[in-house]
Design a protein around this ligand. Structure first.
Ligand SMILES: [Zn+2]
Length: 333
């Protein structure tokens, strides 16, 4: 090849590469934002580096047994191709969470540590909807004052099951009364807790206190209360369906079990809810703790549910939450 010709070829090649590069850049800049997703179940927590271990999703595929007096069976495992990395500091957790929320266009309802919650809200006011629980010893008046100051827009996670208590226990009743009066939606933990919860960390935990039917008295006492059942009352599908059938304003979220139980089991449960006609009452949620990649893991479960139509997926990811919380969809565009 003559040198002069080769120079022309190189010039042409570089011009072409530049054009391709510019076109790619233009496409990247024009790339529309992903469709909005609302995650109704995120935990704002301080990361303790000593307890922040990596995790394999769907780790409850095996529930090892043990015997009293022996070591408690391990709860979480890392025996998979690519365990999800746990954040090692509050800063890393926040930075990765916000980066993912921005990239995937996620707005999330978060409850937990007040200091962390304020930091998150300051960092991304449009992405974070603060939620308040009933902390031990908090008076009804203090609870109402907290809601009235405007920072908190949701009540949850309320988890009496870990105390072996029914959600209908009268010690909670006045708090629900406040939420009903102020039109604040309430998320109540019902159902799953993981393998050996009563032996490992929560001796008062009672599986029976996760029965969705226990909400009937709460709903009867507070007919205007907006309740969603966190973890969809897993695994009590029949009771869940019966409760939703009897109470048109009750919704469920998919948090926790969506990334911890065996995939087939998750799809069986979700499919049954949709099959029973409740596709408009399912909220997307993760139960996100210190593993930011759980956001993508959990979205993937819904995306891959081949028994759901695209419309049904959008309902779960977004439309149902908009209806339940009574939000303006335009604010999420
Ligand atoms: Zn929960």
């Amino acid at each position: 090849m003559k040198p002069i010709l080769s120079r022309h070829i190189w010039t042409a090649f570089f011009t072409l590469s530049t054009l391709i590069f510019q076109a790619t850049l233009a496409i990247a800049q024009d790339k529309p934002k992903p469709k909005p997703i609302i995650d109704v179940h995120v935990h704002a927590m301080k990361v303790n580096p000593n307890f922040s271990a990596d995790l394999c999703p769907w780790f409850l595929s095996s529930m090892p047994g043990s015997i009293p007096g022996a070591d408690a069976p391990s709860f979480i495992n890392t025996d998979c191709a690519r365990p999800l990395k746990a954040a090692k500091s509050n800063e890393e957790f926040q930075q990765k969470l916000m980066e993912t929320a921005e990239r995937l266009n996620i707005t999330f309802v978060a409850s937990g540590d007040a200091e962390i919650l304020h930091r998150w809200k300051n960092a991304a006011p449009e992405r974070v909807v603060p939620s308040i629980g009933v902390s031990p010893g908090m008076s009804v008046q203090a609870f109402e004052d907290s809601l009235n100051n405007g920072f908190y827009q949701v009540m949850g996670e309320i988890a009496p099951q870990y105390q072996g208590m029914s959600p209908a226990d009268m010690t909670l009743d006045e708090y629900f009364g406040v939420a009903e009066k102020l039109g604040i939606p309430v998320g109540i933990h019902m159902g799953t807790g993981g393998n050996g919860m009563a032996n490992l960390t929560s001796p008062k935990y009672r599986a029976s206190m996760g029965n969705p039917f226990l909400l009937e008295d709460v709903l009867a006492r507070h007919p205007k209360l907006k309740i969603w059942v966190m973890h969809a009352g897993y695994p009590m599908i029949d009771e869940m369906i019966a409760l939703m059938g009897a109470n048109a304003y009750v919704y469920v979220d998919l948090a926790g079990f969506i990334w911890s139980y065996p995939l087939e089991e998750i799809h069986m449960y979700l499919r049954r809810l949709v099959q029973a006609g409740f596709g408009k009452r399912i909220l997307y949620g993760t139960d996100l703790m210190m593993w930011p990649e759980l956001l993508e893991t959990s979205i993937g479960v819904i995306e891959n549910a081949n028994y759901l139509s695209e419309d049904q997926k959008r309902d779960i990811f977004f439309n149902n939450a908009i209806r339940f919380f009574n939000w303006d969809p335009k604010k999420f565009e």
